[in-house]
Write a protein that binds this ligand. Structure first.
Ligand code: NI
Length: 227
């Protein structure tokens, strides 16, 4: 499942994150690549432990925790501390698959990457190219979102970033280990949750059928989740 999540960062929070990144020191993006992706990648990245990456990353983690659509769609167990990359003119990232296990350098933090996330931080009018292109079982999807918006997609998918031909594209990217490992099961839970919320808006949370459906949701989650 691919899920666009609008407005993860907004207003002064978005401005603050962008200002942190503007003033930060960037390094060659291959510092964090696995072997296969290092062959295909050309961009810059913030060092994982740089003060700017940590501060901006914590702002994003807080924002994710306050975004119900992210919680419902990802059912997150663990979120990798957000990383940041920048693609200038001529930069891009060829087709690759993300590593299954991500380990935070210098720590014992490790996750299985079930979902990949890209949070766009540059206004799309300010650059050309730089689309995130994701191949899944339904075809090929090119994604370029407004600054502050985020796309969630299966980490198992082949994907690439098309070359930037004008301007600079700055994004945050990271991975999520979901409580529900199976993408199809997670998608059904999301559909059920979304439908319950829609009906509950008309009938109220205390409607008898809504209570039963909510029970079904939680009992499926109990059956499928690792927490
Ligand atoms: Ni990737």
């Amino acid at each position: 499942m691919m899920l666009a999540i609008p407005g993860v960062l907004q207003g002064s929070t978005l401005d603050h994150v962008r200002a942190l990144l503007r003033d930060a020191e960037w390094i060659d993006g291959n510092a964090t690549s696995g072997h296969q992706s290092a062959l295909a990648k050309k961009n810059r990245q913030l060092p994982e432990d740089s003060p700017a990456a940590r501060e901006a990353g914590n702002i994003i983690l807080d924002a994710l925790g306050a975004t119900p659509l992210f919680i419902a769609g990802a059912l997150p167990l663990k979120v990798f501390p957000p990383l940041f990359n920048s693609y200038g003119e001529g930069d891009g990232f060829g087709t690759h698959v993300d590593n299954a296990i991500r380990i935070k350098r210098g720590s014992d933090f490790r996750i299985r990457s079930d979902l990949s996330a890209t949070l766009f931080l540059t206004d799309p009018a300010d650059y050309d190219g730089g689309e995130l292109v994701v191949q899944d079982t339904l075809g090929t999807h090119a994604v370029k979102l407004a600054a502050g918006d985020m796309i969630l997609y299966p980490a198992s998918s082949l994907h690439h970033v098309t070359p930037v031909t004008r301007g600079e594209r700055v994004c945050s990217f990271f991975w999520i280990q979901s409580m529900v490992r199976d993408d199809g099961a997670r998608q059904q839970l999301f559909e059920l949750d979304s439908a319950i919320q829609t009906i509950a808006a008309d009938r109220g949370q205390d409607d008898a059928a809504i209570i039963r459906l909510t029970g079904v949701y939680h009992n499926l989650l109990r059956r499928w989740a690792d927490a």
